[in-house]
Design a protein around this ligand. Structure first.
Ligand code: KG4
Ligand code: ZN
Length: 337
């Protein structure tokens, strides 16, 4: 079964063709990074207008890269939640148009499930497992029992992890988007230059939650307070120390979640899953099998949408043409233990 996946929830305009939820035939990702760079952040209005311009070409290229045609596609999958409303509407409306014109079924999907599904495109992974979704908009530690069964254990109580990377990079004028730049700078810095604290939250009630606003404030406004003597205050040292604190916080919670639930498998997804220190730290956890998507499947992409969409479409589940978008994260269960 061939599924065309369309993703336009933020600033990547992407389409892909995936067979049976597992075999990638194409994955075109047109990023708007250069367009938003002057503003050091995604400008929603500009993002949606750019999607309108690009989406036809991106979908056409995904079909031609796959050596196929709309006639040969069995179904269309598209992100309709969560994300920027205007951006989501472009992808959803385009998918609806294609579906109406071609008579092929379409399914509207949750971007968060799709990020977690990304690692399944390259590996055979059995459920259940601990999922770690870390992106510019989300930070979620959850038990994943199936492609649409997520039980949230912990989330951020304020900023998302990627957002903290972006804000620190913006403050120190390191460039945009910040995550990959901080990752690169950190390789040349000493993570012991500053000792930023791990926030102590309401541990009894929500032991898997994280918080980034305190860390961000410490890095931006209270640098001296956490400085270790004998280390220079270089951008590399600040980046490496910040990255260590931001990632250690996650790894600690993920490890605890896996131990507490008895899970032996950990699966990551989202833009921050590309972080080299996160990947290294998780790989060093003893007794667990860790799956990270390859770098090209960490950030937003159509392949994860097409892959996830297959599981609905093969069971005859489709969305009506009256489907709309939602900027909000679905009300996942948050009931463990
Ligand atoms: O999944 P994604 O492409 O979009 C959202 O759904 O948010 O994630 C983008 C986020 C940005 O905050 C970006 O700075 C971060 O992922 N990111 C990274 C790295 N590469 C991208 N953060 C840390 N290290 C990286 N190597
Ligand atoms: Zn995303």
């Amino acid at each position: 079964m061939l599924v065309l996946g369309i993703e336009s929830s933020c600033d990547e305009c992407s389409a892909a063709v995936v067979e049976n939820g597992a075999v990638l035939h194409s994955n075109v990702v047109a990023t708007q990074i250069e367009i938003h760079k002057p503003y050091m952040g995604v400008v929603p209005e500009i993002a949606s207008r750019t999607h309108v311009e690009w989406i036809n070409g991106v979908v056409k290229k995904a079909l031609s890269d796959a050596g196929t045609h709309l006639d040969k596609i069995d179904g269309i999958a598209v992100t309709n939640r969560p994300g920027l409303t205007g951006s989501l509407l472009v992808g959803l409306s385009f998918a609806k148009g294609l579906s109406f014109a071609s008579g092929k079924p379409f399914i509207a999907l949750d971007h968060i499930f799709a990020h977690i599904y990304a690692a399944h495109l390259e590996n055979t992974i059995s459920y259940p497992y601990i999922g770690l979704l870390v992106s510019g908009g989300h930070t979620i530690i959850a038990i994943i029992r199936g492609y649409e069964d997520m039980q949230i254990l912990g989330t951020t109580i304020d900023d998302a992890c990627g957002e903290a990377f972006d804000k620190v990079a913006k403050y120190y004028n390191l460039g945009y988007p910040g995550g990959v730049i901080i990752d690169r700078l950190s390789a040349k810095g000493d993570p012991e230059s500053f000792s930023f604290p791990d926030p102590s939250l309401h541990k009894g009630e929500h032991p898997y939650d994280v918080s980034y606003s305190g860390l961000k404030t410490a890095v931006i406004n209270q640098l001296d307070q956490f400085h270790n003597k004998g280390h220079e205050k270089t951008p590399e040292n600040i980046a490496a120390s910040f990255q260590k604190a931001a990632i250690d916080m996650l790894v600690k919670r993920v490890k605890k979640a896996a131990i507490d639930t008895g899970m032996k498998t950990i699966v990551t997804g989202g833009g921050v899953a590309a972080n080299s220190y996160l990947r290294k730290s998780l790989s060093q956890l003893e007794g667990f099998t860790v799956y990270n998507p390859s770098l090209k499947l960490c950030g937003d992409n159509g392949a994860m949408i097409a892959g996830l969409g297959y599981h609905y479409l093969k069971n005859g589940i489709k969305s009506p043409l009256s489907t709309t978008v939602s900027p909000r994260v679905s009300g996942f269960r948050k009931t463990y233990p």
